[in-house]
Design a protein around this ligand. Structure first.
Ligand SMILES: Cc1cc2nc3c(=O)[nH]c(=O)nc-3n(C[C@H](O)[C@H](O)[C@H](O)COP(=O)(O)OP(=O)(O)OC[C@H]3O[C@@H](n4cnc5c(N)ncnc54)[C@H](O)[C@@H]3O)c2cc1C
Length: 309
């Protein structure tokens, strides 16, 4: 389509802001004109005409989740290979990338940092339930375009999006059932002296990040796969600081894929060395699994001089 398209009322629609239509046809054989007729019926009294069509294709909705996400710790499925569903909610690509992110740091830990291969089991344990939840969301959305008890398809659709927004945006996806551990670290505002930045701009996504709130006096040694960022919860001229105070005097260990692995008071930093979180949920195996070959003294977090500010 070239430079947008024009509705017959004279309203110009810019292709930058509105550039594709999904049209549910309910039959296998149809032409572009059939699809256009359906669009025009839906937007009456306006009428669309296209100067040029750059892409037109047909697809059928399928729903399914692979039985296994990996075989013999060698073959891994991610993205559409492990889950397919309707396009409603726009979650396919996001979910696939999140699969890859979840997997890749675990492979890195096994291949380069001596972590136990057991950590790879958590890939399927964490991502398979997510795949099912995405299918539930996109399935409910696509079915609502066809079936509505009250004939209020559009309103029904919006309500489902609102109800499932955490799942649809991905920000509400968590591993495990409750609490901070297993939830996604959110992108809090961080000031760098007088400059404003955001936490996500500071994270090194190839590493774990240990966020130490209000712990400038604490000396700590960490393994090479951990990046340490110190953030004050009061204004600071030369250091990172935030007005978000819920993590005051705490340390938050964030996985490379931005999920919280552990939250501990600063007085208990050494416990991170054993922050396996919750084996029962099978989700957050971390230091214990990764310990062989990592530590000089059996404790990857060697804290000197721990002080509570
Ligand atoms: C119409 C439509 C709209 C969508 N809109 C959105 C959206 O708004 N947001 C969103 O998040 N997702 C959306 N999706 C879903 C998203 O496109 C897919 O989830 C995503 O592309 C899957 O990526 P993938 O890498 O897993 O698989 P694919 O993109 O399918 O990549 C697999 C690749 O492997 C290649 N391949 C296959 N077999 C072989 C072989 N034997 N040897 C070598 N190569 C091979 C294929 O050619 C392909 O390039 C949409 C999908 C469709 C169909």
């Amino acid at each position: 389509m070239e430079n947008g398209y024009r509705a017959s009322s004279g309203l110009r629609i810019d292709s930058v802001t509105l550039d594709r239509f999904y049209v549910r046809m309910d039959r296998n054989e149809f032409s572009f004109d059939d699809a256009l007729e359906k669009i025009n019926r839906a937007i009456r009294p306006h009428q669309l005409s296209f100067r040029e069509i750059s892409w037109f294709s047909k697809f059928a909705v399928k729903e399914g989740v692979a039985e296994k996400f990996f075989v013999n710790e060698r073959v891994f499925l991610a993205g559409d290979a492990s889950h397919v569903h309707s396009v409603n909610g726009g979650q396919g690509l996001n979910t696939g990338i999140a699969d890859a992110f979840n997997l890749i740091w675990k492979l890195n830990m096994v291949l380069n940092f001596g972590a136990s291969k057991d950590i790879l089991n958590t890939y399927e344990a964490e991502r398979k339930p997510v795949a099912h939840s995405v299918i539930d969301s996109s399935g409910e959305l696509v079915r609502s375009t066809k079936y509505s008890a009250t004939g209020t398809h559009a309103q029904d659709y919006v309500k489902i999006v609102e109800r499932r927004s955490g799942n649809i945006t991905g920000m509400g996806i968590r591993y495990g059932e409750s609490g901070l551990v297993g939830s996604r670290m959110f992108d809090l505002d961080v000031h760098n002296g007088s400059e404003m930045t955001r936490l996500y701009s500071l994270l090194d996504y190839t590493k774990f990040t240990l966020l130490i709130f209000d712990g400038n006096d604490i000396e700590i040694e960490v393994p090479s796969f951990v990046n340490v960022i110190r953030i004050n919860t009061s204004e600071s001229v030369q250091q990172y600081w935030t007005t978000y105070s819920s993590f005051s005097n705490q340390a938050v260990l964030v996985r490379p894929d931005s999920y919280i692995a552990s939250v501990v008071p600063l007085t208990n930093l050494g416990s991170l060395a054993h922050a396996t979180s919750d084996h029962n949920r099978g989700s957050f195996v971390f230091w214990n699994g990764a310990s062989a070959g990592l530590q000089k003294n059996g404790d990857p977090f060697h804290c000197g001089d721990v002080k509570t500010l």
